[in-house]
Design a protein around this ligand. Structure first.
Ligand SMILES: Cc1cc2nc3c(=O)[nH]c(=O)nc-3n(C[C@H](O)[C@H](O)[C@H](O)COP(=O)(O)OP(=O)(O)OC[C@H]3O[C@@H](n4cnc5c(N)ncnc54)[C@H](O)[C@@H]3O)c2cc1C
Length: 501
């Protein structure tokens, strides 16, 4: 049975690869008959220069779809919105092509836990092909490890660049992809507010490789701080962990870090236990999206865990210290920057209407003006932009998947064919609440529509239990759910893994 299933799965892909190779030598027509790819020469024959003056001859890529082929949805980004959308797309109606600099989705709410070893990195990374298996099975569906650098909405093409990731395995290559429907779900970028030295000296917390860098540096500093004859000041600097930004990410990370210090460092690095500290720097109020009662509780608990709060604005960041606006110098060994997000250069480069914050704003089809998911149906360009939180991104992804499926069923899947189709009820986002963990088996749960509305809000161990249960059930695959549960169990019983690998 297994063999039969695999044979049937493999055959269309294999035949398509065979045809691609067979056709690759005979390029007299702009696009070879069966291959979905076109070469640079073929592109040149078809169109020597793009409408925007960019020489297209350097681009190879995926040609436009033809009659008899499924229309193509191109998804830029493999975050919450993009992945939820890909999961919901009916692959009997569309081919799905995803372009992203990472081949997995990051389960961001649990990312802070990986920095200190509560969870392993694999537990929070979900491969795209397990979210949408058609990407690895269907002959017309692909994942490309690349960044999208340009959108040519007139030509229905996106221009991309491969991501060699610092290794010289392949010279950077440019290619283009023709789309029938485009979803821009490329998220946001960490904000530095142009502060000097942030990029060079601080570590962000947005991707798995950031968490790996934080963990490596934290453990390195712990080990180096035990070096014989190290001046006291230098030891304290190495062991000073500074977090800039008192939003949910900064607070959750500070909570994880203080848990690690209280439990694991005190037991296993007892020589340094009195020198290691966490400082959280925030310009305004921490956790400003929560009400006063919850915020006060969080501050009290974090204080009890040894987290120091400093109110101030960072003016300059140097390799071993940062300077605040009042001139205070704060030496650090580890600096984590979490001051929110802003539009990425790609979103900035899109010639589409934006709000003063640089977020794309909705035009024709009423979907909340958040940023990052942008949906383009031929000449009609409704777009949704999502920002924070996950619930917005996910629901927009689900909504768009359903909408695209309906459009394809009404024969509007192909480019320029959906103009007359009724797009149905616009997306409306309803806020269902927020949660944040603060360490020491404590969390905040606020199930109200806004912080002034009536409803349930709670703190403490029960909230922490709700937080953990909620996120465990929302981990995408059973494999990762299992990993997360096992990691939590082993951390509880044996403590965190402190080996610096
Ligand atoms: C540590 C952390 C904890 C968080 N915790 C919570 C929480 O508890 N609750 C909550 O609601 N929210 C939380 N968030 C916020 C939440 O993760 C975001 O709201 C959500 O990820 C937004 O989804 P998105 O799909 O718009 O963007 P993202 O998830 O950021 O995905 C963007 C994708 O686009 C890709 N990309 C970027 N540029 C390009 C390009 N040029 N071409 C192609 N692809 C590109 C990226 O690699 C990525 O795959 C947290 C965020 C972080 C970092």
């Amino acid at each position: 049975m297994f063999l039969i299933r695999n044979l049937t799965r493999v055959s269309p892909t294999t035949s398509s690869i065979v045809t691609r190779f067979r056709n690759s030598g005979s390029s007299s027509s702009p696009y070879t008959l069966a291959s979905r790819f076109c070469t640079a020469q073929e592109t040149q024959i078809q169109s020597p220069a793009s409408s925007n003056g960019v020489d297209r001859s350097q681009y190879e890529g995926l040609r436009p779809t033809r009659e008899g082929e499924k229309p193509r949805v191109v998804v830029l980004g493999s975050g919450w919105a993009g992945c939820r959308l890909m999961k919901g797309i009916d692959t009997s109606l569309y081919d799905v092509v995803c372009v992203s600099p990472r081949n997995h989705m990051v389960f961001t709410p649990l990312l802070a836990s990986t920095c200190v070893g509560t969870l392993e990195f694999r537990s929070v990374a979900e491969p795209i092909t397990s979210i949408q298996p058609a990407i690895s099975r269907e002959p017309g569906s692909y994942f490309f490890l690349a960044n999208c650098s340009r959108l040519d909405a007139d030509a229905h093409e996106v221009h991309c660049e491969t991501l060699p990731d610092g290794l010289d395995t392949l010279k950077p290559r440019k290619f283009k992809i023709a789309y029938d429907k485009l979803v821009v779900a490329s998220g946001a970028e960490a904000s530095t507010f142009g502060i000097h030295g942030v990029m060079e000296n601080a570590i962000f917390l947005r991707e798995v490789h950031h968490a790996q860098e934080i963990r490596r540096k934290l453990l390195l500093n712990l080990m180096l701080s035990d070096t014989p004859c190290l001046p006291k000041e230098e030891k304290q600097r190495l062991l000073h962990c500074v977090v800039v930004g008192g939003g949910p990410t900064g607070v959750e990370f500070s909570g994880e870090l203080s848990d690690f210090i209280k439990k694991d460092v005190r037991q296993r690095y007892s020589h340094v236990k009195d020198d290691i500290h966490v400082t959280l720097i925030e310009a305004r109020d921490i956790l400003s999206s929560f009400d006063d009662r919850l915020r006060r509780y969080a501050i009290k608990q974090l204080n009890k865990s040894g987290v120091r709060f400093v109110r101030g604005i960072v003016k300059d960041v140097m390799p071993q210290k940062l300077i605040l606006d009042d001139g205070t110098e704060v030496p650090y060994g580890l600096l984590v920057w979490s001051t929110g997000v802003g539009p990425s250069p790609f979103v900035r480069s899109l010639g589409l209407p934006k709000d003063p914050g640089g977020r794309l704003v909705h035009q024709d089809h009423s979907i909340r003006p958040f940023f990052a998911i942008f949906f383009c149906i031929s000449s009609l360009i409704p777009f949704v932009l999502c920002y924070w939180p996950i619930k917005v991104a996910e629901r927009e992804g689900k909504y768009l998947a359903n909408l695209l499926n309906e459009i394809a069923k009404a024969n509007g899947g192909r480019a320029n064919s959906a103009k007359e189709i009724e797009l149905g009820v616009p997306f409306v986002y309803k806020h269902l609440g927020s949660m944040a963990t603060i360490g020491r088996y404590k969390a905040l749960v606020d199930l109200r529509e806004s912080k002034d509305a009536k409803g349930i809000s709670m703190t403490g161990f029960v909230s922490w239990f709700i937080w953990r249960s909620a996120y465990l059930t929302r981990v995408i695959s059973w494999r990762n759910r299992f990993y997360v549960a096992i990691n939590w169990f082993t951390t509880f019983v044996f403590g965190r893994d402190i080996s610096r690998i």
